[in-house]
Design a protein around this ligand. Structure first.
Ligand code: S0N
Length: 289
């Protein structure tokens, strides 16, 4: 295979910083694109809080993911945390009000749930690049990503039952699918922390590398993915989601069928006939067995 396709570059990427996304300056998040590579990187930039998220953080992350989705030059997105001590330590407990996490508008929110859905449905692979702690809602974000590359200092787990929170949505259902019923109950009920090798063994993550090789390895995975058909990747992501996401999953998968059908002669015959005010002629199109 390597003889035909060539080996993947191990070089560092040349990142271009994008400080303003959708007209607003980023405060809690760094957003970068690797020049000429098709890779975007979203970095939670609150290391003094172990990259805990507040409503502003998740709102900014959603803007970045939206940009990455709409940019035709981007094929893969990396999600990570600033520094080596944490990927993300979950919801910022210091802004947790009576009904959720409170931002400048004083309205309590759980807008990280919208971010989870956005990552799940993004029609491009999202790779979590984890150094240090991925706990609470941060570990759930890691699970929502399609692939996780972890440094050997990574630590995973749930703290919810200790701090009075839980995620009964993807945080539970996705976990059970990744690690199985017994292990998911252990993780949630005991709220222990697990090292990277344990996380790999239980199926939470894809690969463990030395901390100083984390970005290099993640870029190799990105570049390998980027050599593959973007349509195959988007349909496969939708297909892998479909059964578990019920009607929403079928809608996502079905949308891909429509996208492809719009690009066919048969689909365009219907559109053209309507615009030319004539009956459509579908007779020349085959009825495959
Ligand atoms: C991450 C831990 C283990 C790191 O320990 P370490 O290295 O000893 O550092 P510390 O000294 O503890 O921390 C350094 C500074 O960072 C602050 N900090 C860390 N985490 C948070 C946080 N989550 N919120 C606010 N501040 C944080 C520390 O306070 C310290 O600052 P100073 O020095 O000023 O005191 C350790 O820090 C730890 O255990 N952190 C807390 C982890 C936690 O309990 N997270 C919250 C868990 N719950 C959720 O995430 C719920 C999220 C949610 O929104 C949700 C709700 C419904 C449905 C879904 C979700 C969802 O999550 O998706």
């Amino acid at each position: 295979y390597a003889r035909v396709h060539g080996s993947v570059s191990q070089q560092a990427a040349s990142w271009r910083s994008i400080p303003v996304v959708h007209g607003e300056r980023l405060q809690d998040v760094k957003y970068e694109k690797a020049e000429g590579e098709g890779i975007a990187k979203v970095t939670i930039n609150r290391p003094e809080k172990r990259n805990a998220f507040r409503p502003e953080t998740t709102e900014e992350m959603m803007r970045c993911f939206s940009d990455a989705r709409d940019d035709p030059d981007i094929g893969v997105v990396i999600l990570t945390g600033e520094g080596t001590q944490a990927f993300c330590s979950g919801g910022d407990q210091s802004v947790r009000g009576e009904g959720g996490y409170v931002g400048p508008d004083k309205i309590p929110r759980l807008n990280v749930l919208d971010l989870q859905v956005q990552i799940r449905r993004l029609p491009k692979p999202v790779i979590a690049m984890v150094a240090g702690y991925a706990v609470g809602g941060g570990q759930i974000l890691q699970m929502m990503c399609d692939i996780t590359i972890a440094a050997d200092n990574a630590v995973f787990g749930q703290t919810g039952p200790k701090v009075g929170s839980f995620d009964a949505g993807y945080g539970s259902t996705q976990m059970v699918r990744l690690v199985g019923q017994k292990k998911a109950r252990e993780i949630w009920f005991l709220a222990r922390l697990y090292n990277a090798e344990q996380a790999l063994e239980m199926g939470l993550i894809n690969k463990v590398v030395p901390l100083d090789r984390l970005e290099q390895e993640t870029l190799v995975w990105c570049r390998e993915i980027l050599r593959n058909s973007p349509t195959a990747l988007r349909v496969l992501k939708a297909a892998l989601n479909a059964a578990e996401d019920g009607q929403a999953g079928i809608q996502e998968l079905g949308g891909n069928a429509t996208l492809l059908f719009y690009q066919t002669e048969e689909g365009n015959e219907g559109r053209r006939a309507y615009l030319e005010k004539r009956p459509p002629d579908f007779s020349k199109f085959p009825r495959f067995p």
